[in-house]
Design a protein. Structure first.
Length: 484
């Protein structure tokens, strides 16, 4: 049993209240997590403010960049520790976390440090009535103490996606990781100290949402801005909390993403991409595909091929190199996903494959396992087609025309991402631009350049992060006017 402490002002701090972190593989407790109380959140915010006004705020950009590069190097030097912690918390395959979660989590510090080091602002020469003129220039100032509320599906990667640019811009942070995945956020405190990050710059408080650390952080008057990734309902609550004090928010929320597969696509690539987008990380990816629209001439062939691919995936343990898919994050989430599996049948779906719980043997019977699942036959009004499930499942529907499929794909309250599969270049541009989403992939999925904007439309979010777009949130752009 590990003991996971809060990290406040450069030190690990115990709490009077604790809760169990349970393994998604077995359901057994694997760690005791210390739940931060209101006084400890106050201490974290005060430490962040002191560091902002003190050593961190007084550092040059070059000094900050050097230390953030050291943080990235420190994660990579302790790669195996971060890998083990991430997989213990999430149950995801080590092959996946080794390739994406840990290296990307480290890279976020270097990428954003280098962007801040090189980004320009603006300069204008201004005419004045006396003929002497003036100059105006912009400069970026840190926005202040940033509350970072993190999800459980990609815990290290999505946390550093926010902490990296926040610190690069000179801010300090109070991080509230998901109660399901506390370990890597806590472990990062050791790396921060070793890299020479001053106490108070990076703080971690553990707990839940309402009445716990999440609420204490988002309602705290000393928190100047809030960034959040998670479900839309929680994002709405955070937005209400941030309205007090008119504090800015960056919200990346839910999705019910559609893939559009045209008959002229590279068929094998479309199958491979859709298998990944529907089932990778057990379907627990905000950018994942839960609705697939396939042009009618290849519909039956596509359904058969995707079924074959899904049934070829191995549901197994993280350290098994052959594992394609681990368990869901928790028994609670398993219950939610299985309720949608049952609802699909009640709504009249044809179950192409899956729909239940795999037999993992007695040792893992308490885990949060589900089968990869494919349906056809539902109407566009079905709840399974409309609502985000966040599990390894998708519904496949045929379509006959471009206009028809665009109308169906856009008919959703969410607007996060889409994947379009076609060899027709004009159609690719046309459909990608007409999709009401923040990210549109053509002939690919989850291919990310960290310099490009990331975020959702409609109920999928507010704001954009990535590249200079992160700087727009994590800094205040100010103007200086000099009369000559």
């Amino acid at each position: 049993m590990k003991n996971i402490l809060n990290f406040i002002n450069g030190e690990y701090v115990a709490s009077e209240r604790q809760f169990d972190k349970k393994s998604p593989l077995t359901g057994a407790a694997i760690a005791t997590v210390h739940e931060a109380d209101k006084a400890q959140v106050d201490a974290a915010v005060s430490a962040a403010r002191a560091a902002l006004d003190g050593p961190w705020g007084q550092m040059s950009v070059a000094e900050r960049v050097e230390r953030l590069h050291a943080v990235a190097d420190g994660i990579n030097q302790r790669f195996d520790e971060f890998l083990a912690a991430e997989c213990a918390d999430t149950g995801k395959p080590m092959s996946l976390a080794r390739h994406i979660d840990i290296p990307r989590g480290a890279a976020n510090f270097k990428v954003f440090a280098d962007i801040v080091k090189n980004v320009p602002t603006e300069f204008f020469e201004t005419a004045t009535p006396d003929g002497r003129g003036a100059i105006n220039y912009g400069y970026r100032a840190p926005i202040g103490v940033v509350g970072v509320i993190c999800p459980w599906n990609l815990p290290l990667l999505l946390m550093t996606w926010k902490v990296g640019p926040a610190l690069a811009c000179g801010n300090t942070v109070v991080v509230k990781p998901s109660e399901e995945t506390p370990q890597t956020a806590a472990l990062l405190g050791e790396v921060m100290n070793a890299a020479g990050i001053p106490p108070g710059v990076y703080n971690v408080v553990h707990g839940f949402g309402p009445g716990s650390a999440g609420e204490f952080v988002t309602t705290h008057p000393g928190v100047d801005a809030i960034t959040f990734t998670g479900e839309t309902r929680t994002g709405e609550a955070i937005m209400k909390a941030a309205a007090h004090g008119a504090r800015p928010v960056s919200l990346e929320m839910g999705g019910k993403n559609a893939a559009i597969v045209f008959a002229d696509c590279d068929f094998d690539a479309a199958i491979e991409g859709t298998l990944r987008s529907a089932f990778v990380n057990c379907g627990q990816v905000c950018l994942g595909t839960e609705r697939v629209y396939v042009e009618r001439p290849i519909f039956d062939k596509f359904v058969a091929a995707l079924k074959l691919g899904a049934e070829g995936m191995k549901v197994g343990l993280p350290d098994d190199a052959a594992t394609s898919m681990g368990p869901l994050i928790s028994k609670e989430h398993q219950e939610k996903v299985l309720s949608y599996y049952q609802l699909a049948v009640e709504e009249g779906a044809t179950v192409i494959t899956g729909g239940g719980v795999p037999d993992m043997g007695a040792d893992y019977a308490g885990g949060a396992w589900v089968q990869p699942t494919i349906w056809t036959g539902l109407s566009e009004s079905a709840r399974v087609v409309k609502e985000e499930i966040f599990g390894p499942c998708c519904h496949i529907s045929p379509f006959d025309s471009e206009e028809e499929v665009l109308a169906k794909a856009n008919d959703n309250v969410y607007g996060l991402a889409t994947a379009i599969w076609t060899r027709d270049l004009a159609r690719a541009h046309r459909t990608a631009q007409r999709m009401k989403v923040g990210l549109a992939w053509v002939n690919s999925w989850f291919l990310r350049d960290l310099r490009t904007p990331f975020g959702g439309s409609k109920q999928s979010g507010i704001g954009r992060e990535g590249g200079v777009h992160s700087l727009e949130f994590y800094t205040d752009m100010k103007n200086v006017c000099i009369k000559l």
